[in-house]
Design a protein around this ligand. Structure first.
Ligand code: CAO
Length: 476
């Protein structure tokens, strides 16, 4: 059972971002507008920028997308040679080993060349397309990454017929926004200084302007990235037998799995299994399920497994821990950020529910519902993916009894749950009855956790689940 690290990536080219690509712009800004970078970029603009004249051919490069990613796979082109594109138009979908991302144009012009075919690997820093520009771009660079990422303060000329023209122009220079966003604001006669920016350092994004205009009603998406349904083998699976060998490049989530699971294999795993009688839990869950319907919260067994784990972790902090790089210190984490292995249309994703130690069952259920829905739409935010401290994998939602879960580095423990099933067991009077049972398979890093500790932790977790009253009595 593999639980790969899956984190989001973004692309600088999404400077002219679509509504759903806000985070891309935010990441860009984070890099471009950090204190030191600002001055550096300003000087870069002065020294390196060129005025690109109407009809100039601009290579549109794949900028640094962070997270140490050097290449991406081109999944789909939305344009072909000869197509006219405007800023914000979707150019293509790319997939790194961590996430799928849309690339949008930051220029108006005509596509002159596509450098890659679908499924080719595109290198960061290399051109994706050539665009023949519609107009002069004072201050635009011919593809230099920093200049491209920098914000040339090219405020469009304001018509004197605009009543507030002068003040608008003045205010426009105060707010952080890309030229493209400024242009949208200007075209819609929006004073950008009146728009609340949801980007880094209050930067105004396209969606902020659209929200200001009432064209969208969603709240600013703070950390969401724009993943798209990654094409997985299951999505393309054809039930016909292969007539010849097929070569499938290792891409997307599989690549992330290769990395994190290779890392995980350095960990000496200790396994421990047990059986939990969930008769009482089944009754409790059925009751809460009905309450949940009224509250609009789906209460499955998972929130109970999670809360019980958090309560048990309070007494066994060494299982909610990670070692430092040289393995000289073990850090016991105060927060119980419990990761949930999630089967999504894009593959396995492992978001975490933050601070489970402070959350009620309902709050955990709400978070799980939110993540589950986001997972189905491939819209789990980066924040939800980072900072996990312990993992539970409910493979039993699909089937199975026991598993051999693989620790999700740098964590030190993981538990996998099998399917809850009715099996004959003895009651206290020695009579056979149909018991509700679930098997748990734990794995722990044997450098940090010994077998006895794992067993004691599991016993406590089991006690909470077999006697939910004890669990409830220990909740704050
Ligand atoms: N045994 C029996 N029934 C189960 C169950 C289990 N282990 N887990 C879930 N169910 C039931 C739920 O209670 C729910 O029942 P109702 O329809 O009566 O409410 C139903 O199955 C559907 O549950 P769910 O899957 O929608 O919700 P969940 O909160 O239990 O689980 C999630 C959410 C995301 C953990 C799960 O959907 C999932 O993706 N599991 C797969 C994890 C995985 O792939 N692990 C492998 C990782 S390594 O490659």
């Amino acid at each position: 059972m593999a639980v790969p690290e899956v984190v989001s990536v973004v692309d600088d080219n999404i400077c002219a971002a679509q509504t759903t690509q806000v985070i891309s712009a935010m990441f860009l800004l984070q890099r471009c507008y950090s204190a030191g970078a600002g001055a550096r970029l300003a000087s870069l603009r002065r020294l390196q920028t060129t005025s690109i004249a109407y009809g100039s051919l601009v290579p549109f490069k794949l900028s640094d997308i962070g997270e140490g990613i050097a290449e991406v796979q081109v999944k789909e082109w939305h344009v072909k040679v000869g197509d006219r594109v405007n800023q914000f138009d979707n150019i293509c979908e790319v997939q790194s080993d961590k996430a799928a991302v849309s690339i949008t144009s930051r220029y108006d012009g005509v596509i002159k060349k596509l450098y890659y075919n679908v499924d080719d690997v595109a290198k960061v820093g290399q051109p994706l397309i050539d665009i023949e520009l519609d107009e002069d771009l004072e201050g635009a660079s011919t593809g230099d990454q920093d200049s491209q990422a920098s914000e040339a303060p090219k405020t469009p000329a304001i018509s004197s017929s605009t009543p507030t023209g002068a003040s608008v122009q003045q205010n426009h220079t105060k707010k952080l926004a890309t030229p493209a966003v400024r242009r949208i604001a200007m075209e819609n006669k929006v004073n950008i200084s009146h728009v609340t920016g949801s980007g880094k350092d209050g930067r105004v994004l396209k969606e902020d302007v659209m929200r200001f205009l009432g064209q969208i009603t969603t709240a600013p998406s703070d950390t969401s990235y724009t993943p798209h349904a990654a094409s997985t083998p299951s999505a393309k699976w054809q039930p016909s037998a292969l007539k010849e060998d097929q070569i499938v490049p290792v891409r997307g989530y599989t690549r992330a799995m290769v990395k994190s699971m290779s890392e995980a294999l350095k960990i000496p795993h200790f396994g421990y299994n047990d059986e939990i009688n969930v008769d009482s839990l089944v009754i409790l869950r059925n009751q809460l399920k009905h309450v949940g319907k009224e509250r609009g919260v789906k209460m499955s067994y998972m929130p109970m497994f999670i809360k019980a784990a958090s309560l048990a972790l309070t007494k066994f902090p060494m299982l909610n821990a990670s070692a430092d790089e040289k393995f000289e210190n073990i850090i016991y984490k105060a927060s119980h950020n419990i990761c949930i292995a999630m089967d999504t249309p894009g593959g396995l994703v492992v978001p975490n529910i933050k601070n489970c130690e402070q959350r009620s069952l309902w709050e955990i259920a709400e978070e799980l519902n939110r993540l589950h829905e986001a997972g189905k739409r491939q819209q789990i935010s980066r924040d939800d993916l980072i900072g996990g401290t312990f993992t539970l994998s409910n493979i039993g939602a699909i089937g199975g009894t026991y598993a051999s879960p693989v620790i999700f580095p740098p964590q030190v423990a993981i538990g996998a749950l099998g399917k809850i099933e009715k099996l004959p067991r003895f009651d206290r009077d020695g009579k056979v009855y149909p018991a509700n049972l679930v098997k748990v398979s734990w794995a722990a890093d044997h450098r940090v956790v010994d077998g006895a500790t794992m067993a004691r932790f599991s016993n406590l977790w089991k006690e909470y689940l077999e006697n939910p009253m004890i669990m409830l009595s220990e909740m704050r």
